[in-house]
Design a protein around this ligand. Structure first.
Ligand code: FES
Length: 145
């Protein structure tokens, strides 16, 4: 007498096969993402906007968490505070007129250009938009990170 295939056993096999397919799909996805990232497929992060709600006079320097804002007669410019060597947060040294990294003393001009130190690249520059009121007076700045 041959064993008969019961209905619940077949259903269990289908259930397990479906679970196995999902597990396989998840594993392949988990393995593919680092490979795609390694191959250069990166998703550019959305820009972040930081608003500075105060008018600064020409010559003013404002240090924020992610950038240093320089205001001149020609307008405002924003320099990243992330050092291009190993990522420490740089500071503007008013007495020397330079941007310096506290970690390994890379130095940069106020325009973000590398002057000395182990850093090999210039600091990133962020775009700045002046915020104005109805009369056209500058009331603040919006920095795009
Ligand atoms: S992290 Fe800035 S000089 Fe090394």
């Amino acid at each position: 007498m041959s064993p008969s295939v019961s209905q619940p056993d077949s259903s269990r096999r289908r259930f397990l096969a479906r679970q196995l397919r999902w597990l396989l799909a998840g594993t392949l996805t988990a393995l593919a993402l680092p490979l795609l990232r390694f191959a250069g497929f990166t998703v550019k992060p959305k820009p972040r906007y930081v608003t500075v709600n105060k008018k600064l006079l020409p010559g003013a320097v404002l240090t924020e968490h992610d950038f240093i804002l320089f205001v001149t007669e020609a307008g405002a410019r924003s320099i990243s505070r992330r050092c291009t060597h190993l990522g420490c947060r740089v500071n503007f040294r008013m007495e020397l007129g330079i941007i310096e990294c506290p970690c390994h003393q890379s130095q940069f001009s106020p325009e973000g250009i590398r002057l000395s130190g182990p850093a090999q690249k210039n600091l990133a520059i962020f775009s700045v938009r002046e915020l104005k009121d109805d009369q056209g007076t500058v009331t603040g700045y919006e920095v795009t990170l």
